[in-house]
Ligand binder design. Structure first.
Ligand SMILES: NC(=O)c1ccc[n+]([C@@H]2O[C@H](COP(=O)([O-])OP(=O)(O)OC[C@H]3O[C@@H](n4cnc5c(N)ncnc54)[C@H](O)[C@@H]3O)[C@@H](O)[C@H]2O)c1
Length: 319
């Protein structure tokens, strides 16, 4: 189904937001993007093909939001400071960017007649519960300021639907990876850092013993989940996992990447585990399958190959 309405992507200069914007433009949507470049990049905007409106500004700025939300029917809210260790180091800025910004955006979206609001929620909400896979019916157990802040956003989404009728859907992402993910910060996602290290000849860094496992999800699957959430007539007001549905340890992941890149001699450097990181993570996608007809389009290995191909032609290869 093509998009005929005007949509707003928050955090659209970031990794996930810019990929969502790209696909929306391909599907005919009139796209606006808002971003303050806290962790986003102009280069990500440059890679988006097609026309869009860009508004540079902060979601906590009411004047900027008013302009950004003009005539918008659907919001894809991706903006956040998406890092557990960053939130441990500076909980205030995470609260501002995740809780206050989300609340402000929900209030203004409601006032300006937005119909649907898709929220980028996080698997960090589950914490370290032993039982796998993680089901949406489990009680949340946030272990970091980031996890608590992202969970607060979910609660506000739920309430804005039940109290005000704003059609919210929260998609809990599990370790998303793919083109445009920035590898250059200590807060970057582990796949982007591993690829960057292998390709540029430095040692991959692992925090903990590497036996912690994650459900790594290729970006195309998350983009697909967002587009389906925007169009569904079922599952409004719910929280749903959007993931690959399998888990792999960081040690195993590194082996797969070494095979794909041919850098088989490389060894990792191990550091103390980081506060707030969970041990194991794996999603059940059953709810998203039921309500969104969600399917995992691209598996882990194919996603890794595509990400490496992107890296080879990116600014990171030429640094
Ligand atoms: N990447 C993952 O594995 C993952 C997993 C679970 C959830 N998420 C969620 O997905 C969303 C997107 O993550 P990402 O990996 O693309 O991160 P990203 O850092 O690449 O993108 C976030 C974007 O939000 C922008 N931003 C931050 N605060 C802002 C503010 N106050 N006003 C305007 N713009 C602001 C940043 O500049 C950046 O461009 C986040 O909400 C994150 O919590 C990501």
């Amino acid at each position: 189904m093509a998009f005929t309405e005007k949509v707003l992507v928050t955090g659209g200069a970031g990794f996930i937001g810019s990929n969502i914007a790209d696909e929306l433009i391909k599907q005919g949507a009139k796209v606006s993007i808002i971003d303050n470049f806290a962790t986003g990049f102009r280069e990500n905007l440059d890679e988006i093909s097609g026309d869009f409106e860009f508004i540079e500004g902060d979601l906590n700025d009411d004047g900027v939001l008013k302009t950004a939300l003009e005539n918008v029917s659907i919001v894809f809210h991706q903006a956040a400071l998406p890092s557990v260790p960053r939130s441990v180091a500076n909980p205030e800025e995470t609260h501002q960017a995740c809780v206050n910004a989300t609340f402000n955006l929900l209030c203004k979206a409601r006032e300006q007649g937005v119909r649907r609001f898709i929220y980028a929620a996080s698997s960090s909400a589950y914490g370290d519960q032993e039982s796998l896979p993680k089901l949406e019916s489990m009680s949340p157990d946030p272990l970091s300021p980031y996890a608590a802040a992202k969970l607060m956003g979910e609660y506000y989404c739920r309430v804005f639907y039940s109290v005000y009728g704003l059609e919210t859907i929260c998609l809990r992402y599990f370790n998303v990876f793919g083109p445009r993910q920035n590898p250059s910060s200590m807060y970057s996602g582990v796949i982007s850092r591993f690829i960057d290290a292998l390709m540029s000849g430095t040692k991959p860094q692992i925090y903990g013993d590497g036996e912690q496992s994650r459900d790594f999800t290729y970006i195309a699957n998350v983009v697909n989940a967002n587009l389906r959430a925007a169009q569904t007539s079922d599952g409004i007001g719910l929280v749903m996992n959007a993931a690959n549905g399998e888990r792999i340890s960081l040690n195993q992941l590194l082996e797969v990447l070494k095979d794909i890149t041919g850098k088989t001699d490389v060894t990792a450097e191990y550091h103390d585990a980081r506060k707030g990181d969970v041990k194991h993570s794996q999603a059940s996608n059953e709810l998203a399958k039921r309500y969104l007809d969600y399917e995992n389009l691209i598996g882990l290995e194919e996603g890794l190959r595509r990400t490496i191909d992107w890296w080879k032609n990116s600014r990171f290869a030429n640094k």
